[in-house]
Design a protein around this ligand. Structure first.
Ligand code: F6P
Length: 453
């Protein structure tokens, strides 16, 4: 049966694993986009989510016809997929929108880039064709993120009757970085997205940057939908018995010391290294905090197919080990790094955080900044980078930092640790209220209703 509401995203709500005996087991997909969309779609039982098969096990599931209701996985040729996902989406578009290039060496737009760009175009077309096939007349289609920037334009050609929205979960590049792309590629990206009736971003700043590239005449269909947190659902998850157990174990490790908590994918844009350098500077400039604070850093692996990510992950572990060697004592380990994607542990850390450190160089939103105040047990001081999309809504009650200024971040950590309890609690209440104004279901419905206007 054709669908009235469709979502297209590279990553699906679940992924498969193949066991030794050849059976397939499904598990929930990771990341902010997936959790937000999954929560929103729980209220749209008729919706169809089109995603890519990400692994051999996913491809095997497609071949065997294994699927979950409401999900269609596309079996895209693995080489083409690798070129599109790793070669273009993660290595070019992600770097452009997050300003991550090491400019003396990067970017390089050569013949290999052109081949990958063709793969990216074909991978987008596979989504556009699947959507065209599955959509009922006049259906609403919500296309997600920089992986699928060309889909709205391609789909518009195939099915002019559809109502199409595109939403970008990353920042949008400043003019200077966008202009590094070859002109025709930049044009295809912007025109591709403008195939949509509504082009959405998390913040006014990213929306304005897009309008600067698209032209002021396009401003009318560019809109801001700042994704927030579902307080009830998150608190329900954070106060389960298994989280209580993790919390007790962490508490036993940390003792009565204060905690500085961060939770990220080991992602270059998250600025984990400068965060550790700031913590080191805190312990140097304010020796009174030695043995009185522990930095809990969850940095779970991401995009390990790319060497630059593997190197970054290794550098995070090395720097944490250096800090532990420099300051650690028999009874005190200054940094506890967890490299597992362990949401239960993260929730436990959220609950006990005295300080939350969220210092990305540039980030579409950063839901961690919104989640921690919502589940905090006794108030949290939020040290928040101006580069995070979340800064737009949370700045009044956060301690704002320039993500490149390690010394200022160290000072902010000191101030955050020193905030009087009452002030901290009052700020946490306001942060939590600001974080929950547009929970995933409302975020999704706001886009659907923008499409019907
Ligand atoms: O920030 C954009 C985003 O799609 C997030 O929503 C998500 O957490 C992340 O990128 C996922 O990246 P990947 O699917 O490459 O692991």
């Amino acid at each position: 049966m054709a669908s009235q509401v469709l979502v297209a995203a590279n990553r699906g709500p679940l992924s498969y694993a193949l066991t030794d005996d050849g059976t397939l087991s499904a598990r929930r997909g990771g990341g902010g986009l997936v959790s937000g969309l999954s929560a929103a779609l729980a209220r749209q039982p008729e919706a169809l989510w089109i995603c890519a098969a990400l692994s051999e096990a996913d491809r095997e599931a497609v071949r065997r016809g294994v699927s979950e209701p409401g999900v269609r996985m596309l079996d895209i040729d693995p080489t083409m997929y690798d070129d599109a996902y790793n070669g273009i989406a993660n290595s070019v578009l992600w770097f452009t929108h997050h300003h991550l290039y090491d400019v003396p060496r990067e970017p390089v737009f050569d013949a290999a880039f052109r081949r990958r760009w063709e793969s990216y175009t074909a991978y987008n077309l596979a989504f556009a064709r699947a959507l065209a096939q599955e959509a009922a007349p006049g259906a609403a289609v919500l296309v997600q993120d920089y992986h699928l920037a060309l889909v709205p334009g391609q789909l518009r050609e195939l099915r002019p009757d559809l109502r199409i929205a595109h939403f970008t979960h990353t920042p949008w590049a400043s003019r200077e970085f966008l202009d590094m792309l070859p002109e025709d590629v930049r044009e295809q990206l912007v025109r591709g997205m403008l195939g949509a009736d509504v082009v959405g971003f998390h913040t006014r700043a990213w929306a304005d940057a897009f309008v600067a590239a698209a032209g002021p005449e396009e401003a009318g269909r560019v809109a801001v939908f700042p994704l927030g947190v579902d307080a009830e659902e998150l608190r329900g998850l954070a106060y389960r018995p298994e989280v209580d157990e993790k919390l007790a174990a962490l508490r036993a490790e940390v003792g009565d010391r204060k905690t500085i908590v961060r939770v990220d994918r080991t992602e270059l844009s998250k600025n984990i290294l400068r965060g550790l350098l700031a913590y080191r500077e805190l312990l140097t400039a304010h020796p009174e905090w030695r043995d009185r604070v522990v930095h809990l850093a969850s940095a779970y692996p991401s995009r390990q197919d790319l060497k630059v990510y593997r190197d970054y992950t290794a550098a995070v572990s090395e720097l944490a080990a250096e800090i532990n060697a420099e300051f650690g004592t028999e009874g005190w380990q200054p940094v506890l790094v967890s490299v597992q994607d362990d949401f239960t542990r993260s929730l436990a850390a959220y609950r006990m955080a005295d300080v939350a450190l969220v210092n990305p160089v540039r980030d579409g939103m950063n839901l961690v900044a919104k989640e921690i105040p919502v589940v905090s047990e006794s108030g949290v001081s939020l040290v928040l980078s101006t580069g995070a999309g979340a800064h737009e809504a949370l700045q009044a009650d956060a301690l704002t930092v320039n993500p490149y200024d390690v010394s200022a971040t160290a000072t902010a950590l000191h101030e955050a640790l020193s905030l009087p309890g009452e002030d901290r609690e009052a700020r946490t209440k306001r942060l939590s209220a600001a974080a929950t104004t547009l929970p995933p279901s409302a975020w999704f419905e706001a886009q659907l209703s923008a499409l019907t206007r």
